[in-house]
Design a protein around this ligand. Sequence first.
Ligand code: THU
Length: 136
Amino acid sequence: MAKNKLPEGLQAKLMGTAKKVMKNAHAPYSNFRVGAAVLLANGKIFAGCNVENASYGMTNCAERTAIFSAVAQLGPKIEIRAVAVVNDQRVPCSPCGACRQVIYEFGRDAVVFFQGARGPKQAHITELLPQGFRLQ
Ligand code: THU
């Protein structure tokens, strides 16, 4: 199996987890609910939703909520294998630039599943974020 090919069942589980957590979003300003699920190399899955704020810039995207939750639970030595992102408007939605950088921090070889312009898409993190920033 190719390195970035997930077993069908695991991909479906990741999408299902993202859809479920999407319902917890706090999105009264945009009305755009997003759910994300990250699969770690150790097989664990963490979920997150977007959490908005009246001071708009304080908003946290679903992807970062999920990743920060994984770090809070397991510490910084996590490796992200895959990320799934879903939204409740069924419109194209790939991770924003900030989230791409955060995914890259913990998943240099991560695959990202999201809604593209012509249906479901998957892309390697380095396709979404060429030449991501690293300190070491
Ligand atoms: N948002 C996410 O949570 N993830 C994305 O990939 C794109 C955007 C959120 C941020 C904000 O709460 C809302 O969607 C509208 O931008």
